[in-house]
Design a protein around this ligand. Structure first.
Ligand code: T3D
Length: 264
Protein backbone atom coordinates (compact mmCIF):
# COMPACT_ATOMS: atom_id res chain seq x y z
CA UNK A 1 0.00 0.00 0.00
CA UNK A 2 1.35 3.44 -0.92
CA UNK A 3 -0.08 6.93 -1.15
CA UNK A 4 -0.86 9.62 1.38
CA UNK A 5 -3.60 9.13 3.94
CA UNK A 6 -5.98 11.05 1.65
CA UNK A 7 -5.54 8.65 -1.28
CA UNK A 8 -4.74 4.98 -0.77
CA UNK A 9 -3.04 3.11 -3.61
CA UNK A 10 -2.64 -0.66 -3.56
CA UNK A 11 -1.27 -2.82 -6.39
CA UNK A 12 -2.50 -6.39 -6.59
CA UNK A 13 -2.68 -8.72 -9.60
CA UNK A 14 -1.93 -5.89 -12.04
CA UNK A 15 -4.73 -3.68 -10.67
CA UNK A 16 -3.83 -0.43 -8.94
CA UNK A 17 -6.73 0.24 -6.61
CA UNK A 18 -6.91 3.94 -5.80
CA UNK A 19 -9.24 4.99 -2.98
CA UNK A 20 -10.14 8.62 -2.27
CA UNK A 21 -9.94 8.75 1.50
CA UNK A 22 -11.46 11.77 3.21
CA UNK A 23 -14.74 10.07 4.14
CA UNK A 24 -15.76 12.70 6.73
CA UNK A 25 -15.87 15.23 3.86
CA UNK A 26 -17.38 12.81 1.34
CA UNK A 27 -13.88 12.67 -0.16
CA UNK A 28 -13.88 16.34 -1.21
CA UNK A 29 -10.59 17.50 -2.68
CA UNK A 30 -8.08 19.45 -0.65
CA UNK A 31 -4.62 20.18 -2.05
CA UNK A 32 -3.06 17.11 -0.47
CA UNK A 33 -5.68 14.84 -2.01
CA UNK A 34 -5.24 16.46 -5.43
CA UNK A 35 -1.51 15.80 -5.38
CA UNK A 36 -1.92 12.29 -4.02
CA UNK A 37 -4.44 11.31 -6.71
CA UNK A 38 -2.18 12.69 -9.38
CA UNK A 39 0.79 10.75 -7.96
CA UNK A 40 -1.26 7.53 -7.98
CA UNK A 41 -2.27 7.95 -11.64
CA UNK A 42 1.31 8.89 -12.52
CA UNK A 43 2.41 5.63 -10.88
CA UNK A 44 0.05 3.77 -13.22
CA UNK A 45 1.80 5.46 -16.16
CA UNK A 46 5.27 4.70 -14.85
CA UNK A 47 4.99 1.11 -13.63
CA UNK A 48 4.66 -1.70 -16.16
CA UNK A 49 3.17 -3.99 -13.51
CA UNK A 50 0.11 -1.75 -13.37
CA UNK A 51 -2.23 -2.95 -16.14
CA UNK A 52 -5.51 -1.42 -14.94
CA UNK A 53 -6.63 1.19 -12.42
CA UNK A 54 -9.68 0.95 -10.19
CA UNK A 55 -10.74 4.30 -8.69
CA UNK A 56 -13.25 4.43 -5.83
CA UNK A 57 -14.05 6.30 -2.63
CA UNK A 58 -13.94 5.44 1.07
CA UNK A 59 -17.10 5.68 3.16
CA UNK A 60 -20.58 6.56 1.96
CA UNK A 61 -19.60 8.97 -0.84
CA UNK A 62 -17.44 8.79 -3.94
CA UNK A 63 -16.35 12.43 -4.06
CA UNK A 64 -18.07 15.78 -3.35
CA UNK A 65 -15.75 17.81 -5.58
CA UNK A 66 -13.71 20.68 -4.30
CA UNK A 67 -13.50 21.12 -0.51
CA UNK A 68 -15.50 24.31 -0.10
CA UNK A 69 -14.04 24.80 3.36
CA UNK A 70 -10.85 25.81 1.53
CA UNK A 71 -12.78 28.45 -0.44
CA UNK A 72 -14.53 30.26 2.41
CA UNK A 73 -15.19 33.84 1.25
CA UNK A 74 -15.86 34.91 4.83
CA UNK A 75 -12.14 34.76 5.45
CA UNK A 76 -11.78 37.90 3.32
CA UNK A 77 -9.02 38.68 0.87
CA UNK A 78 -9.22 38.75 -2.93
CA UNK A 79 -11.52 36.38 -4.85
CA UNK A 80 -9.68 33.15 -5.73
CA UNK A 81 -8.43 32.48 -9.25
CA UNK A 82 -10.29 29.23 -9.88
CA UNK A 83 -8.87 29.05 -13.41
CA UNK A 84 -5.46 28.76 -11.82
CA UNK A 85 -6.61 25.98 -9.48
CA UNK A 86 -8.03 24.03 -12.42
CA UNK A 87 -4.72 24.45 -14.24
CA UNK A 88 -2.72 23.45 -11.20
CA UNK A 89 -4.81 20.62 -9.76
CA UNK A 90 -7.75 19.20 -11.73
CA UNK A 91 -6.64 19.45 -15.33
CA UNK A 92 -3.27 17.67 -15.01
CA UNK A 93 -4.99 14.74 -13.29
CA UNK A 94 -7.74 14.57 -15.91
CA UNK A 95 -5.14 14.60 -18.67
CA UNK A 96 -3.26 11.80 -16.91
CA UNK A 97 -6.43 9.68 -16.67
CA UNK A 98 -7.38 10.25 -20.31
CA UNK A 99 -3.78 9.85 -21.49
CA UNK A 100 -3.11 6.63 -19.57
CA UNK A 101 -2.90 3.85 -22.16
CA UNK A 102 -4.44 1.37 -19.71
CA UNK A 103 -8.06 0.90 -18.61
CA UNK A 104 -9.30 3.09 -15.76
CA UNK A 105 -12.41 1.73 -14.07
CA UNK A 106 -14.37 3.88 -11.67
CA UNK A 107 -16.56 2.33 -8.98
CA UNK A 108 -18.83 5.13 -7.81
CA UNK A 109 -19.73 3.91 -4.35
CA UNK A 110 -21.96 6.83 -3.37
CA UNK A 111 -22.74 10.44 -4.16
CA UNK A 112 -20.52 12.04 -6.83
CA UNK A 113 -20.91 15.81 -6.90
CA UNK A 114 -19.23 18.69 -8.73
CA UNK A 115 -15.78 17.81 -9.95
CA UNK A 116 -16.22 14.47 -8.19
CA UNK A 117 -18.92 13.51 -10.68
CA UNK A 118 -16.89 14.67 -13.63
CA UNK A 119 -13.70 12.91 -12.58
CA UNK A 120 -15.75 9.70 -12.50
CA UNK A 121 -17.09 10.44 -15.99
CA UNK A 122 -13.54 10.96 -17.28
CA UNK A 123 -12.72 7.33 -16.45
CA UNK A 124 -13.04 4.63 -19.09
CA UNK A 125 -15.66 2.34 -17.57
CA UNK A 126 -17.92 3.64 -14.82
CA UNK A 127 -19.86 1.33 -12.53
CA UNK A 128 -22.06 2.88 -9.86
CA UNK A 129 -23.86 1.65 -6.78
CA UNK A 130 -27.59 1.80 -7.39
CA UNK A 131 -27.93 4.25 -4.48
CA UNK A 132 -25.31 6.62 -5.95
CA UNK A 133 -26.23 9.93 -7.53
CA UNK A 134 -24.37 12.19 -9.94
CA UNK A 135 -24.83 15.88 -9.17
CA UNK A 136 -23.60 18.76 -11.31
CA UNK A 137 -23.56 20.85 -8.15
CA UNK A 138 -21.74 23.79 -9.69
CA UNK A 139 -24.74 25.99 -10.49
CA UNK A 140 -25.73 25.96 -6.82
CA UNK A 141 -22.59 27.95 -6.06
CA UNK A 142 -22.42 30.05 -9.21
CA UNK A 143 -19.80 27.98 -11.06
CA UNK A 144 -19.67 26.17 -14.38
CA UNK A 145 -19.26 22.37 -14.69
CA UNK A 146 -15.51 21.83 -14.78
CA UNK A 147 -13.25 18.75 -14.71
CA UNK A 148 -14.34 17.94 -18.28
CA UNK A 149 -18.05 18.18 -17.44
CA UNK A 150 -19.10 20.41 -20.31
CA UNK A 151 -17.23 18.12 -22.73
CA UNK A 152 -18.36 14.73 -21.47
CA UNK A 153 -21.97 15.64 -20.65
CA UNK A 154 -22.46 17.22 -24.06
CA UNK A 155 -20.72 14.50 -26.05
CA UNK A 156 -22.40 11.66 -24.20
CA UNK A 157 -25.87 13.06 -23.52
CA UNK A 158 -26.32 15.85 -26.05
CA UNK A 159 -27.16 19.47 -25.33
CA UNK A 160 -30.68 19.13 -23.87
CA UNK A 161 -29.77 16.79 -21.02
CA UNK A 162 -26.33 18.33 -20.49
CA UNK A 163 -27.81 21.80 -20.09
CA UNK A 164 -30.63 20.64 -17.82
CA UNK A 165 -28.32 18.69 -15.51
CA UNK A 166 -25.84 21.57 -15.38
CA UNK A 167 -28.39 24.33 -14.85
CA UNK A 168 -30.68 22.57 -12.36
CA UNK A 169 -28.06 20.58 -10.39
CA UNK A 170 -30.73 17.89 -10.04
CA UNK A 171 -29.26 14.62 -8.72
CA UNK A 172 -29.12 11.97 -11.45
CA UNK A 173 -29.69 8.49 -9.99
CA UNK A 174 -27.25 5.77 -11.04
CA UNK A 175 -29.96 3.79 -12.85
CA UNK A 176 -30.89 6.80 -14.99
CA UNK A 177 -27.23 7.55 -15.65
CA UNK A 178 -26.90 3.98 -16.97
CA UNK A 179 -30.13 4.22 -19.01
CA UNK A 180 -28.84 7.44 -20.59
CA UNK A 181 -25.47 5.91 -21.43
CA UNK A 182 -23.55 8.22 -19.11
CA UNK A 183 -22.09 5.26 -17.24
CA UNK A 184 -21.67 1.55 -18.02
CA UNK A 185 -23.79 -0.05 -15.29
CA UNK A 186 -25.68 0.53 -12.05
CA UNK A 187 -25.16 -2.35 -9.64
CA UNK A 188 -26.75 -3.31 -6.32
CA UNK A 189 -24.74 -1.61 -3.59
CA UNK A 190 -23.60 -4.81 -1.92
CA UNK A 191 -22.33 -6.20 -5.26
CA UNK A 192 -20.52 -3.08 -6.53
CA UNK A 193 -17.00 -3.71 -5.30
CA UNK A 194 -17.04 -7.43 -6.19
CA UNK A 195 -18.10 -6.60 -9.75
CA UNK A 196 -15.63 -3.74 -10.02
CA UNK A 197 -12.78 -5.93 -8.73
CA UNK A 198 -13.69 -8.71 -11.17
CA UNK A 199 -13.83 -6.31 -14.12
CA UNK A 200 -10.53 -4.68 -13.15
CA UNK A 201 -8.86 -8.09 -12.78
CA UNK A 202 -10.21 -9.19 -16.16
CA UNK A 203 -8.91 -6.08 -17.89
CA UNK A 204 -5.57 -6.26 -16.09
CA UNK A 205 -5.13 -9.74 -17.56
CA UNK A 206 -5.99 -8.44 -21.03
CA UNK A 207 -3.91 -7.28 -24.00
CA UNK A 208 -2.87 -3.98 -22.41
CA UNK A 209 -1.23 -2.52 -25.49
CA UNK A 210 -4.31 -3.15 -27.63
CA UNK A 211 -6.66 -1.92 -24.90
CA UNK A 212 -4.63 1.27 -24.59
CA UNK A 213 -4.73 1.87 -28.34
CA UNK A 214 -8.49 1.23 -28.31
CA UNK A 215 -8.98 3.77 -25.52
CA UNK A 216 -7.11 6.48 -27.41
CA UNK A 217 -8.94 5.79 -30.66
CA UNK A 218 -12.37 5.98 -29.06
CA UNK A 219 -11.49 9.18 -27.21
CA UNK A 220 -10.19 10.81 -30.37
CA UNK A 221 -13.25 9.78 -32.40
CA UNK A 222 -15.24 12.59 -30.77
CA UNK A 223 -13.18 15.19 -32.57
CA UNK A 224 -11.89 13.34 -35.69
CA UNK A 225 -13.52 13.09 -39.10
CA UNK A 226 -14.43 9.58 -40.30
CA UNK A 227 -11.60 9.82 -42.80
CA UNK A 228 -9.01 10.78 -40.22
CA UNK A 229 -10.31 8.14 -37.84
CA UNK A 230 -9.94 5.21 -40.24
CA UNK A 231 -6.38 6.32 -40.93
CA UNK A 232 -5.77 6.28 -37.17
CA UNK A 233 -7.30 2.79 -37.00
CA UNK A 234 -4.89 1.65 -39.72
CA UNK A 235 -1.89 3.04 -37.82
CA UNK A 236 -2.99 1.57 -34.50
CA UNK A 237 -3.84 -1.82 -36.00
CA UNK A 238 -0.34 -1.91 -37.48
CA UNK A 239 1.08 -1.51 -33.96
CA UNK A 240 -1.37 -3.99 -32.41
CA UNK A 241 -0.65 -6.52 -35.15
CA UNK A 242 3.03 -6.53 -34.18
CA UNK A 243 2.35 -7.12 -30.49
CA UNK A 244 3.12 -10.32 -28.63
CA UNK A 245 -0.44 -10.37 -27.36
CA UNK A 246 -1.83 -10.48 -30.89
CA UNK A 247 0.39 -13.49 -31.71
CA UNK A 248 -0.67 -15.12 -28.44
CA UNK A 249 -4.36 -14.36 -29.03
CA UNK A 250 -4.39 -15.92 -32.48
CA UNK A 251 -2.30 -18.90 -31.36
CA UNK A 252 -4.61 -19.49 -28.40
CA UNK A 253 -7.64 -19.35 -30.70
CA UNK A 254 -6.12 -21.88 -33.08
CA UNK A 255 -5.10 -24.14 -30.19
CA UNK A 256 -8.58 -23.81 -28.63
CA UNK A 257 -7.26 -22.57 -25.26
CA UNK A 258 -7.49 -19.38 -23.23
CA UNK A 259 -4.98 -16.70 -24.21
CA UNK A 260 -2.29 -15.71 -21.70
CA UNK A 261 -1.70 -12.04 -22.38
CA UNK A 262 1.36 -10.29 -21.01
CA UNK A 263 0.36 -6.77 -21.99
CA UNK A 264 3.05 -6.45 -24.66
O1 T3D B 1 -12.41 25.63 -6.30
C1 T3D B 1 -11.85 25.21 -7.29
O2 T3D B 1 -10.66 24.80 -7.24
C2 T3D B 1 -12.59 25.15 -8.57
C3 T3D B 1 -13.10 23.81 -8.82
C4 T3D B 1 -14.33 23.44 -8.39
C5 T3D B 1 -14.81 22.06 -8.55
C6 T3D B 1 -16.01 21.71 -7.74
O3 T3D B 1 -16.15 20.55 -7.45
S1 T3D B 1 -17.12 22.93 -7.27
C7 T3D B 1 -18.41 21.97 -6.50
C8 T3D B 1 -18.09 21.65 -5.06
N1 T3D B 1 -18.98 20.67 -4.50
C9 T3D B 1 -20.23 20.94 -4.13
O4 T3D B 1 -20.73 22.03 -4.30
C10 T3D B 1 -20.98 19.83 -3.40
C11 T3D B 1 -21.17 20.20 -1.95
N2 T3D B 1 -21.77 19.12 -1.23
C12 T3D B 1 -23.09 18.84 -1.29
O5 T3D B 1 -23.84 19.46 -2.00
C13 T3D B 1 -23.58 17.71 -0.43
O6 T3D B 1 -22.65 17.49 0.60
C14 T3D B 1 -23.79 16.39 -1.22
C15 T3D B 1 -25.01 16.55 -2.14
C16 T3D B 1 -22.57 16.01 -2.02
C17 T3D B 1 -24.09 15.25 -0.22
O7 T3D B 1 -25.15 15.64 0.65
P1 T3D B 1 -25.42 14.80 1.97
O8 T3D B 1 -26.64 15.41 2.59
O9 T3D B 1 -25.45 13.36 1.65
O10 T3D B 1 -24.14 15.01 2.90
P2 T3D B 1 -23.74 16.33 3.73
O11 T3D B 1 -24.30 16.27 5.11
O12 T3D B 1 -24.02 17.55 2.94
O13 T3D B 1 -22.13 16.18 3.79
C18 T3D B 1 -21.49 15.31 4.72
C19 T3D B 1 -20.28 16.03 5.24
O14 T3D B 1 -19.38 16.26 4.14
C20 T3D B 1 -20.62 17.39 5.82
O15 T3D B 1 -19.71 17.64 6.85
P3 T3D B 1 -20.23 17.73 8.39
O16 T3D B 1 -21.31 18.74 8.44
O17 T3D B 1 -20.72 16.34 8.69
O18 T3D B 1 -18.99 18.08 9.15
C21 T3D B 1 -20.34 18.31 4.67
O19 T3D B 1 -20.06 19.63 5.06
C22 T3D B 1 -19.11 17.66 4.06
N3 T3D B 1 -18.96 18.02 2.63
C23 T3D B 1 -19.70 17.57 1.61
N4 T3D B 1 -19.29 18.15 0.49
C24 T3D B 1 -18.27 18.96 0.82
C25 T3D B 1 -18.07 18.89 2.19
N5 T3D B 1 -17.14 19.61 2.82
C26 T3D B 1 -16.38 20.42 2.06
N6 T3D B 1 -16.51 20.54 0.72
C27 T3D B 1 -17.45 19.82 0.08
N7 T3D B 1 -17.53 19.92 -1.28
Amino acid sequence: MTGSSTVLAELSGGVLRVTLNRPDKLNAFNEEMHLALRAAIQRAHDEGEVRAVLLTGAGRGFCAGQDLGDRDPRRGGPAPDLGATLDKFYNPTLRLIRGLAKPVICAVNGVAAGAGANIALACDIVLAARSAKFIQAFSKIGLIPDAGGTFNLTHILGEPRAKALAMTAEPLPADTAADWGLIWKAIDDDRLMDEADALAARLAAGPTLGLGLTKMLIQDAATNSFDAQIDRERDSQRIAGRSRDYAEGVTAFLEKRAAKFTGQ
